[in-house]
Design a protein around this ligand. Structure first.
Ligand code: ZN
Length: 276
């Protein structure tokens, strides 16, 4: 399906089918059991495709402002090359809207874990000269509120929701010397399942806008993906990545393991909140 979508996008992005949007709207309404509508999109007037192409990934929280950025490197390279990285700086403060007011404000250090290492990851900060609030730039290999790298969390989610294992089987699949613990993996799976409906709906709306002929949008088609939300998000993330790759040439080499960082990067910019 991944290849099919890419082929269609290459053949011409005018793959919009008459009535495709209405069909998807009905489907989302059904699968979300009334909990989700197209209104989940925060930018009713703004084309999310355009935002993604422009690298838009801004999110204003009630307490802290965080930008998620893709540095196109591993955590090891990020740590080693931190001084040479170029950090995205919003044109205007995301709190007060003052243009050109953000100046460098050092960094803070947070832990990032995989099964064997603890990385000390520096997180770049900007500060607004007008309102004095700070904006952090979070690399897309990290989630908010989770110590483990997204790559490790992804392994657990794939084991649980794509390979169909139990939490314990996911633990055996991911853990090295007992870490991460079964309880931690259980919390990841539970949280992902709780948020999956919103993310699934949002990706589906985007695909309907940019690739309405995608088989992922036909709930009755033979190539349709899974119908439970957590599995469907993992499935749809591949289509999302395929589309992003058509828009961002630098991401041509991105593959299966990059789908959740790409999803997180995109979805955070759409205001979707927590992924896991
Ligand atoms: Zn400000």
């Amino acid at each position: 399906m991944h290849q099919q979508l890419r082929d269609k996008l290459r053949a011409g992005c005018g793959a919009q089918r008459p009535g495709g949007q209405r069909r998807v709207e009905r489907w989302i309404f059904q699968v979300a059991l009334g909990r989700v509508s197209l209104g989940v999109y925060p930018n009713g007037k703004e084309n999310p495709a355009q935002r993604c192409m422009l690298g838009g990934s801004l999110r204003v929280g009630s307490q802290r402002v965080v930008i998620v950025a893709d540095f196109r490197c591993s955590v090891q390279d990020y740590v080693a090359q931190f001084a040479r990285l170029v950090f995205p700086r919003p044109d205007a403060c995301l709190c007060c809207g003052q243009s050109g007011s953000l100046v460098g404000h050092g960094f803070y250090v947070r832990k990032a874990l995989d099964q064997e290492c603890v990385f000390q990851v520096r997180i770049k900060r900007w500060r607004c000269k007008a309102c004095r609030r700070t904006t952090s730039v979070l690399p897309s290999f990290l989630l908010r509120f989770r110590h483990y790298l997204l790559a490790v969390i992804s392994q657990a989610l794939v084991a649980r929701f794509e390979l169909g294992g139990s939490w314990l089987e996911a633990f055996k699949y991911v853990a090295v010397d007992g870490l991460p613990s079964p309880r931690t993996i259980g919390r990841w799976c539970q949280s992902f399942a709780e948020h999956a409906v919103i993310w699934w709906a949002a990706v589906t709306v985007l695909l309907a806008q940019v690739a309405a002929a995608s088989p992922a949008l036909d709930p009755l088609g033979s190539t349709a993906g899974p119908h439970n939300a957590p599995s469907a998000v993992l499935h749809a993330a591949l289509d999302l990545l395929a589309w992003i790759k058509t828009q961002v040439p630098e991401m041509t080499g991105y593959g299966l393991k990059d789908r959740l960082p790409a999803l997180w990067h995109w979805g955070h910019g759409q205001g979707l909140g927590r992924l896991v």
